[in-house]
Design a protein around this ligand. Structure first.
Ligand code: NAD
Length: 499
């Protein structure tokens, strides 16, 4: 293994070594080890925090024009290096090229959003809140922010956080997933090339040990986390107890409700893309369909027809529509859920187990899988599977379908398929979920809106990127001012009111 490259952290603008141990990073389509990731800990976090704190004061004082110029330059370089980013995502994550290109594009759009930083950071002003007195509300950076990101969007999720934090005048420490960390390193190098001063964007590689050190470090002011719900819960508790501002986005079970008047073919096209794109490893993947009335048989039949033709293969092969899963362990875990679903009595309509891809036998393969007649007490409904497994539940009417969605502990995204505007309006109004699609299966908000779920899909008050991102990475200050020249009123010990 020693001939396999050992990756470096990025601390203070330079590659840095450190970490007691390393873990393999695999090419998901072949199973080959392509890199070794050092597992940083408290020591590396200390060094990164020291670099960030040293760099922050000057950046905080940098003009808005200077900060947005760096974002413009980073946007150009990221755009120019788009293919390199896509290549790293395909190799380490496994998603197919078109899908990886989509994630890079959505990340890039966050950088484009913060290029308009001076406009986004405009404050508010009231002249004459009292005689000769004015009030200004401004937002200032919070200091050093940390971001902890999952494996499934190795470019987009870091770019949900770091451009916003940096543009707002903060320093940032990124702890990417240890399963596919190389894209984060390239992003840090690109920002350095764009003119971001050393120390403002640090990358500490590793896993739990590095995260634990960040959550309680005195030099960290805010934590953004995206990952599974159990870790999100613990990150939210630990960092909040340590006095930090926290947003922790967790897992999901996203439902699509299909009403009887939905077109079965159009709906099946949308559902296959939403359930099996990125091998179901998307936090906004549709993983449960609630079919209302007679439409169930039609939609299940139409999905099953499409699965027979779906091409599973390595992401670099332009004909592949779905790639491998992230690791052999995760693949086994997902296959275990298929076993459980069959044992629990769900109808296995399409079975993805036992798939082998010629020439790529070492890859982490599991074909698309479809269960029908699933009930809410089954493990395959209750758990987040995070793989290419779609479960279909049946409901008699709109109200019982809505009740199923609203009783679920997760509430990231949801969609309704219907031609009835009144039903769609009711769904939008009554569903208890953070992001809603109406005939749109994956309603991921664009960069200039904020992304976030409800209930066990997000802990904290503010969603990520968009206007909430600007609020998260800044804190408010309100200035009330009076200048000499007004009439002397004398001493007054009463509570001030407007006059
Ligand atoms: P994960 O929770 O295993 O890991 C996320 C991050 O936390 C990684 O950087 C990892 O190194 C670190 N980590 C893992 N275990 C930890 C522990 N015990 N203590 C501290 N840190 C730990 O998630 P994952 O498997 O990388 O990603 C998939 C999960 O992320 C899914 O549940 C998915 O739904 C969720 N996700 C949610 C969103 C969202 O916006 N809500 C977006 C993407 C992914």
């Amino acid at each position: 293994m020693t001939d396999i490259p050992l990756l470096s952290h990025r601390i203070g603008g330079h590659p840095a070594s450190g970490g007691a141990d390393w873990q393999p990073v695999t090419d998901s389509a072949s199973g080959d080890v392509v890199a070794r990731v050092p597992m940083g800990g408290a020591d590396e976090v200390d060094r990164a925090v020291a670099a960030a704190r040293a760099a922050w004061p000057a950046w905080r004082e940098a003009s808005l024009a200077k900060r947005s110029q760096v974002m413009f330059a980073a946007r150009e370089l990221l755009n120019a290096r788009r293919d390199d980013l896509v290549g790293l995502v395909v190799r380490e994550h496994g998603k197919v090229r078109g899908d990886a290109a989509g994630e890079v594009q959505r990340g890039l759009e966050v950088v484009e959003y913060v290029c308009g930083l001076p406009q986004l950071l405009k404050g508010e002003y009231n002249e004459q809140i009292s005689g000769g007195v004015d009030t200004t509300s401004i937002r200032q950076p919070i200091g050093v922010a940390a971001g902890i990101t999952p494996f499934n969007f190795p470019v987009m999720v870091p770019l949900w956080m770091l451009p916003v934090a940096l543009a707002c005048g903060n320093a940032f420490i990124l702890k990417p997933s240890e399963k596919d960390p190389s894209a984060s390193l390239l992003i840090a190098d690109i920002f350095a090339e764009a003119g971001l001063p050393d120390g403002l964007l640090n990358v500490v590689l590793g896993g739990r040990e590095a995260v634990d050190a960040l959550l309680t470090h005195d030099g960290v002011d805010a934590v953004s986390f995206v990952g599974s719900t159990p870790v999100a819960t613990s990150v939210h508790h630990t960092a909040s107890r340590a006095g930090k501002r926290v947003q922790a986005l967790g897992g999901a079970k996203n439902h699509a409700v299909v009403l009887p008047d939905a077109d079965p073919d159009v709906t099946a096209d949308a559902l296959v893309g939403a359930a099996y794109g990125s091998a179901g490893e998307r936090c906004m993947a549709i993983s449960a369909v609630v079919a209302v009335g007679d439409v169930g048989d039609l939609v299940v039949g139409a999905i099953a027809d499409r699965l027979k033709a779906l091409r599973v293969g390595p992401g670099l092969d332009e004909t592949s529509e779905m790639g491998p899963l992230i690791t052999a362990e995760h693949c086994e875990r997902v296959a275990g859920y298929v076993d459980t679903g069959a044992l629990e009595g769900a109808a296995l309509v399409h079975d993805g187990r036992g798939l082998s891809v010629a020439g790529h036998e070492g890859g982490h393969w599991l074909g698309p899988t479809l269960f029908d007649h699933v009930t809410t007490d089954m493990t395959i409904y209750r758990d987040e599977i995070f793989g290419p497994v779609l479960v279909v539940l049946r409901a008699d009417d709109f109200d019982s379908a809505l009740a199923i969605v609203n009783a679920n502990r997760w509430a990231n995204g949801t969609a309704v398929f219907t031609a009835d505007g009144g039903a769609a309006r009711r769904f939008q109004h009554e569903v208890e979920v953070g992001m809603v699609g109406i005939n749109v299966p994956i309603p991921v908000p664009m960069a200039y809106h904020s992304f976030g779920g409800w209930k066990d899909s997000l802990y904290g008050d503010l969603h990520i990127h968009g206007p909430d991102g600007i609020r998260f990475y800044t804190r408010g200050k309100v200035v009330t001012s009076r200048w000499p020249g007004h009439r002397r009123a004398g001493v007054d010990l009463g509570f001030p009111t407007s006059s």
